[in-house]
Design a protein around this ligand. Sequence first.
Ligand code: NAP
Length: 260
Amino acid sequence: MKQVAWITGASSGIGEEICKQLAQKGLKLILSSRSEEKLQDLKKSLPNSEEHLIIPLDLEHSSDFPDLAKQAVAEMKRIDYLYNCGGLSQRAEASETSLEVDRRIMEINYFGTIALTKAVLPIMQAQKSGHIIAISSIAGKFGFYLRSAYSASKHAIQGFFESLLLEEAKNNISVTIAYPGKINTPISMSALGKDRNAHGEMDHNQATGMPVEECVSILLKAVDKKKKEILIGNKEIKAVTLKRFFPKLFWKIIAKQSAT
Ligand SMILES: NC(=O)c1ccc[n+]([C@@H]2O[C@H](COP(=O)([O-])OP(=O)(O)OC[C@H]3O[C@@H](n4cnc5c(N)ncnc54)[C@H](OP(=O)(O)O)[C@@H]3O)[C@@H](O)[C@H]2O)c1
């Protein structure tokens, strides 16, 4: 029986590339994000197009997820992997970010992600197998300029999914947390600035980041090896080791980095 992977954030960037590489490997996919039209275009372009399923969802509407998970398993019979890639970033200082924006980022990146995970968990528990992948960020390892809410949401992801990893080992469910650095995707375009407005610019950091194909190929290898965590990026990911072992130097260097 073919393995089934459910991917959120499938309409763009890392999630879209995961779909391309997994379809190439012969998996059956469930494609999710808000933009149904983009998901249709992606589905048409994938190998074995007719085997894949589109389930549009909004990570802000998590009360829908138990029903969507029932629909997914009714149509695909099982769910072997859940790749939680849907999310959005931030480009505004904490002092100019409204609480409404803080809450929205937390709702999408954290509550939406854990709500879908909780909807899928009983299915994996019944199968006695499964693998859940959470996409945090290097900003989930340390705070950064213009990223207070984003960084907080990604730190929360780490706490939740590390706990889940320990708890679900008894059910033969694995967890991998990925911490990408600067990856070449359009994430800065939709990042929330002040007052819910999208930043609308392709940042230099993203434009010069690791190609998304390389990022996803590293991620999929880590998932195959059931790694608990994986840092993915170019030299920026060395900052994580620097913070741990040379914190004074870390804060000196990080303070000089460009936010965009
Ligand atoms: N690119 C980087 O440098 C980088 C670095 C570290 C971590 N990450 C993380 O990697 C993940 C993927 O980001 P990316 O770089 O691939 O960005 P992206 O190209 O902007 O893709 C984001 C995806 O999330 C979906 N999404 C956004 N809001 C949503 C909502 N309310 N409900 C459902 N889906 C929603 C978008 O689809 P729709 O608009 O169709 O809903 C899109 O498919 C994110 O969690 C991000 O934080 C990225």
